[in-house]
Every structure is written in C-alpha cells, then in structure tokens.
Design a protein around this ligand. Structure first.
Ligand SMILES: Nc1nc2c(c(=O)[nH]1)N[C@H]1C(S)=C(S)[C@@H](COP(=O)(O)O)O[C@H]1N2
Ligand SMILES: [Mo]
Length: 238
C-alpha cells in the first residue's frame, strides 16, 4: 500500500504556470521565512531558450510497474561514510551561473510537484535493481534558479565529500529526479537522505547521494567526479 504514490503528470504548460509568479506564490504559501519565498518574487522569466528547446526534444525511458520492484537488490554502495544529516536543518544550495541562486529546505522542496518512477538502477560493479524513486524533477529546480544561457554542465557536491558533474541535457531529462523517497518510503540515510540524484539514463556512480549543493556552469573543471577522476567514464549513459 505504501508503494502506491500519486503520480502527478503535469503538462509542460501546467509546469510553466507553476514555475511562474502566481503559481509559485500559491505553491509556497506558508514558508514565509525561507529564501525560496524571498526570491520567488523575482521569478517572472521563462527558462532560457536553449534549455526550453532541450526540454522539447527529450523522450522518457519506459518505466517498470510497481510489482516489478526488487527491494532486496539495491545494494548500499558507499565508498567512505554515511553522513548524518538533520533533515530539519538541511539546506540545498543551488548556484553558479544563474540569475536566482537559492537555498531550499526540505519543506520547500517537498512543496514542489512530486514525481515517482520505477526504473532500473545499474551499478558498474555488476549488479542492478528495479527501484521506485520519488522526488522533485531536477529540471524544476533548475528552472527556479534561472540558468544563464551559457550553462552547459552541472556539478553536485555531497556531504561525504563525493562530487559529480553531468551534462545539462541529462540533468534536464524528465526522469532525472532529486529523490527523497525510495520504494514508497522516506529515503534512508544509507540510500542518501535527505536528497539524492536518481535517473534511468545514467550509471549508479553518477547518482550522488546526500547532495548539498548544485552548481550550474559553462565549463567542465579538471575535477569531474569522484570515480571519473580515477579513470571511469564521464558521460556514463545507460
Ligand atoms: N555521495 C555518494 N553518492 C554515491 C556513492 C557514494 O559513495 N557517495 N556511491 C554511488 C554508487 S557507485 C552507486 S551504485 C549508488 C548506490 O546507491 P545506493 O547506496 O542507494 O544503493 O550511489 C552512488 N552515489
Ligand atoms: Mo555503483
């Protein structure tokens, strides 16, 4: 029963309404002191044209059904330690080459539309698992911060020191989520709570757990990712 989540398939038009001034104002009522609501008054522009066009060209990957979930197959794969994060104190910072840098609490994030998907997680070490992830679309968070048209890449910093970089098109994909639920339950600390990346289009090592900061940039740095900097492939598409 807890596996069945409401699935909100918002049309693009509806999402733009939500991202617009009036929609966000309604959506975020009641979080008057957060930085998100302070900056919503500045959100009046649509997404830049490059990213808008990118969204139109993206096709979703077929999903599995709830009954396909393999609860025991997702192995915890943590290379250093599991950071202890108090979800009430947690703030996600989104900055870089953007017009509207933001800090969002979990309460702010959970007011945005919830997307749930059942996909296969594939680890390069030779195991895979069908998992349900629930969370906010990364494209919605990116839209909120208003990226400059120069943006091509996105960095993710994690509380355990892990770091990753992605191409912006993969980050804008409709099934790339910042997840806070796994298999219909709140995400556990081991699986990346309070917030982690989840996407059917990238290998497991691209899917950072315990993400604390998202940085939008025009150029890749010499430092690309925890595993990539040890020789693993950077794009790591599935
Ligand atoms: N911050 C952080 N994110 C991470 C890792 C990690 O060690 N630290 N391991 C990666 C790898 S290799 C995989 S397969 C998945 C595993 O996710 P899980 O532990 O929730 O199964 O997390 C990825 N994200
Ligand atoms: Mo992995």
């Amino acid at each position: 029963m807890s596996l069945i989540l409401p699935k909100r398939n918002l049309s693009r038009r509806r999402l733009l309404q939500l991202s617009g001034l009036s929609g966000i104002g309604l959506l975020l009522n009641g979080c008057g002191t957060s930085l998100l609501s302070n900056s919503v008054s500045q959100i009046s522009e649509p997404l830049n044209q490059r990213l808008q066009e990118m969204l139109l060209s993206q096709k979703p990957v077929p999903e599995f059904s709830i009954t396909d979930i393999e609860p025991d197959k997702l192995l915890v794969n943590t290379f250093d330690f599991t950071p202890k994060i108090d979800p009430a104190q947690f703030q996600l910072t989104i900055d870089g080459e953007v017009s509207n840098p933001m800090q969002l609490s979990m309460a702010d994030i959970q007011k945005l539309p919830l997307t749930s998907m059942v996909i296969r997680h594939v680890c390069v070490e030779g195991w895979a698992a069908i998992v349900q992830w629930g969370g906010v679309r990364l494209q919605d968070l990116i839209t909120l911060v208003q990226p400059k048209s120069s943006v091509r890449y996105i960095y993710f910093k994690s509380a355990d020191g892990y770091y990753e970089s992605w191409d912006i098109a993969s980050a804008m994909h409709p099934q790339t989520l910042m997840a806070y639920q796994k298999n219909g339950e709140p995400l556990s600390a081991d699986n990346g709570a309070p917030l982690r990346l989840a996407s059917p289009i990238k290998l497991g090592y691209k899917q950072s757990k315990w993400v604390t900061e998202i940085i939008l940039v025009s150029k890749l740095l010499p430092v690309k990712g925890y595993w990539e900097d040890q020789g693993y492939e950077w794009f790591a598409g599935l």
